[in-house]
Design a protein around this ligand. Structure first.
Ligand code: ADP
Ligand code: ZN
Ligand code: ZN
Length: 754
């Protein structure tokens, strides 16, 4: 008798270890790595899992369950995807199931990941406005049919003379809130026709391609340098000042890859940035260009997957512009990954697991595809620049702005001085007001950056100093004037604005500090004639809200745009000449070893938005500490010195990139239990790692959603094999989990925390 066959299966669970199931005889030769199967796990729960290995090593546990059904007849997940899932789970110390959950749009988990061939509805024939009105009148007696037709017209945007566009039947049913029978009757009446093409739900672009722009001399040199370094090195860092034309260089490299039949992934840290770049890409590469981010619905995500996976069809996506999660798409043939603004912290996922860094994951992904990676930045991360300096990465420079425009002039607005001399108007220094006034006079546009949303970060009793905090988290509640409520930015809890102090009952509650909402109010008072808009998390909840604001600014329907970090990077506006950084102090004073690096990058990035065409821009940095060494460096755009100082500091105090860090967060709903368990874990880890262990400590935010938090930081030398250290950490955690009562502790591991 031949040996039985088994399959190791990834299930979307946070349970450590692999799950092995027996392959029943019926399914032999029908199950392969990358196939989706249905299995039972824990009680009666059924799960869709992904087969990752076939073997005949009988597992050690007593009862081995069988695979219940096989969903696919070809792999849904390719070998490189399985490879990257496995790498993430090992490097970031999470389960492959957690990676699977983050990677797969839920439609693909739910089996219906096949193109819906006949699920599209369209008008049976073109109608004039008159014919359409008559039809609508006639359907007045059949309100549900009318609703279906109106939905169709709304979704497809049909009007007289237009081409007829198909609309997904599912979408139509949902939008109109009618049953399939209603659609059927409209088909019978000859109003609708069913189209059987695998047409797309996603809007498609036209086919008029523009040739790529000719590179300037400096750009050509950088381009040649990148290409020649790619002969020796897989990764090259492009260190190019803002508005030097990095994007144009990317476009040239993409052009070459597409012509060679390869796929390209172009990554950006923020959804807001995709709005402008996608247009620049589509102009040259047309409909092979796709976009991927979290604001798409699951159905749309599944379709994008399909179009990346199907490399054969004419309308497949071969160039993807995406944020963090686009590293999970089913690429088969990548030639190049571009990571723009590579220094950006948004590339790191914080919560939940997998806590992966998309830049580092993309580098691994490129290696699996034997593709190249190009990192781009005007202020590279200390990590990447260090890799370039030690020769691990190639390094190319682009030190002048396109068109030889000078980098913006940086002016300090000294808030301490201005307050003393009573020259402040609301939160604005005379320097900023002067520059704004001048720009508005010339009909130029302005961006004001403030890294806090809401009206004021906290409110306070003017009698006794009481500050309302979240009932679930140890954080001050932010006042949002638009909705008239206090909101917790960590858990979303909100409460009415109190009329009385919760401690002394006085009525003297006052708002403190300022966020984007307050700046918007004040600016409207100072410049009543200006058109003012705001871009932050609160104004961009809907999928197309970024586009709307960015378009309005491009079309000069906005004079002053106020925003958080989402306006700070990458955007390219022709008529924007003045940028104000309203409060540099709260960037610089953040208690974190990356605070100086980050504030330099942020100020350099925001400044980079000003004066990108024709003439030099102006940046006003408001601070109470003009002598601050980071601000002095920003004044000179002096990244080299920043890198040198940061490197020295991090070597001395043992921080990345000169050591690895693993952060363990321990959470418990009871404070004394938390102290008890975190002390045990801390002591246990110290036995293995000695002085490399810091903590347990209370983090800045020590309670979120009723969970008290402590953190332990482990610093591991670069030279030591990380796998060994990770094993020791897991062993410590497993010992902790065996202690009675430990099941109420939550533990989160974060490798390379940000
Ligand atoms: P970066 O990505 O370095 O910030 P961009 O690629 O956005 O810079 O370039 C800044 C501006 O200059 C853009 O509007 C871009 O279209 C324009 N530009 C850059 N290079 C060229 C070129 N070779 N030909 C024409 N326009 C260019
Ligand atoms: Zn909260
Ligand atoms: Zn009070």
């Amino acid at each position: 008798m031949s040996k039985p066959w088994f399959a190791d299966i990834i299930l979307p669970l946070a349970v450590r270890g692999r799950f092995t199931y027996k392959i029943p005889d019926d399914f032999l030769n029908k199950v392969y790595p990358g196939y989706r199967v249905t299995v039972q796990f824990g009680g009666k729960n059924l799960y869709t899992g992904i087969v990752c290995r076939i073997h005949n090593e009988t597992p050690s546990y007593k009862t081995v369950k069988e695979i219940l059904s096989v969903i696919d007849d070809s792999p849904s997940i390719n070998e490189n995807q399985l490879g990257i899932w496995n790498w993430i789970s090992e490097y970031y110390m999470c389960t492959e199931g957690e990676v699977m959950k983050a990677a797969l749009p839920s439609e693909i988990c739910l089996n219906n990941f096949k193109p819906r061939l006949d699920a599209y509805i369209q008008l049976a024939g073109k109608l004039t406005d008159d014919e359409l009105n008559m039809l609508l009148d006639k359907l007045g007696r059949a309100p549900k049919q009318l609703e279906a037709l109106l939905s169709y017209l709304r979704i497809s945007g049909y009007s007289e003379g237009d081409e007829i566009k198909p609309v997904a039947k599912q979408l139509l049913l949902k939008d109109a809130g009618v049953s399939p029978a209603i659609i059927e009757s409209l088909v019978t009446k000859g109003v609708f026709a069913i189209s059987s093409l695998p047409v797309t739900r996603l809007s498609q672009s036209g086919n008029s391609y523009e040739p790529v722009k000719q590179l300037s001399e400096a750009q050509s040199m950088a381009f040649d340098s990148i290409k020649s370094q790619f002969k020796e090195k897989d990764i090259v860092l492009l260190d190019g000042v803002t508005s030097s034309g990095k994007t144009e260089i990317y476009i040239h490299l993409i052009d070459e890859q597409l012509k060679a039949g390869k796929q390209v992934l172009y990554m950006l840290p923020e959804i807001a940035l995709t709005t402008q770049i996608i247009l620049r890409l589509k102009k040259h590469f047309g409909s092979v260009t796709g976009i991927y981010h979290s604001k798409f619905s699951d159905a749309e995500k599944a379709e994008i997957w399909q179009k990346v996976a199907d490399t054969e069809t004419a309308n497949s996506y071969r160039l993807i512009l995406g944020v963090r999660s686009s590293v999970f798409l089913p690429f088969t043939n990548l030639g190049l990954i571009i990571i723009d603004e590579e220094h950006d912290g948004s590339y790191k996922q914080q919560d939940p697991a997998p806590r992966y860094h998309a830049r580092d994951t993309a580098i691994m992904l490129a290696a699996l595809h034997k593709a190249h990676t190009l990192l781009g930045s005007a202020s590279p991360s200390i990590e990447s620049y260090n890799n370039a300096v030690i020769g691990k990465y190639g390094l190319a420079f682009l030190k002048e702005r396109y068109g030889m425009i000078k980098l913006p002039e940086i002016i300090i607005g000294n808030t301490r001085e201005a307050y003393k001399r009573k020259l402040m108007v609301s939160h604005f220094t005379p320097e900023l007001l002067y520059a704004m006034d001048e720009a508005l006079g010339k009909e130029e546009q302005i961006i004001l950056f403030q890294n806090r949303r809401g009206f004021s970060p906290y409110i306070e009793c003017s009698e006794c100093g009481w500050i309302p905090v979240c009932i679930q988290c140890a954080v001050n509640l932010t006042y949002h004037k638009g909705i008239g409520r206090l909101v917790c930015h960590y858990c979303g809890y909100s409460s009415a604005m109190p009329t009385h102090c919760g401690s002394c009952n006085s009525t003297g509650m006052v708002t403190k500090g300022f966020g984007t909402e307050k700046i918007e109010d004040e600016i409207k008072l100072v410049f009543p004639a200006a058109r003012v808009a705001r871009m932050d998390q609160d104004t961009t909840r809907r999928k197309n809200s970024f586009n709307k604001i960015i378009r309005a600014f491009e079309e000069r329907r906005i004079d002053i745009l106020i925003g958080t970090q989402m306006i700070s990077k990458g955007l390219d506006f022709e008529n924007l000449t003045v940028v104000g950084i309203l409060n540099a102090d709260n960037l610089l004073n953040y208690p974190d070893f990356r605070a100086h690096e980050r504030s330099f990058q942020l100020m350099e990035q925001v400044s980079g938005r000003a004066g990108r065409r024709q003439k030099q821009g102006k940046v006003i940095i408001q601070t109470s500490d003009p002598q601050n060494k980071i601000i002095r460096l920003v004044l000179r755009h002096d990244y080299e010195t920043l890198f040198r100082l940061q490197s020295e500091e991090r070597k001395t105090f043992k921080y990345p990139p000169f050591c690895r860090m693993v952060k363990i967060s321990i959470k418990h709903k009871d404070k004394s239990q938390l102290n008890y368990f975190s002390d045990i874990l801390g002591t246990d880890l110290k036995n293995a790692f000695g002085k490399r262990v810091l903590g347990p400590e209370s983090p800045v935010i020590s309670q979120v959603q009723l969970w008290y938090i402590k953190t332990i930081l482990i610093k591991i030398e670069r030279e030591k094999p990380p796998a060994k250290a990770k094993q020791l950490i897991f062993e410590s955690i497993e010992r902790l989990e065996k202690i009675p009562g430990a099941s109420s502790v939550k533990i989160a591991i974060d490798v390379d925390p940000y």
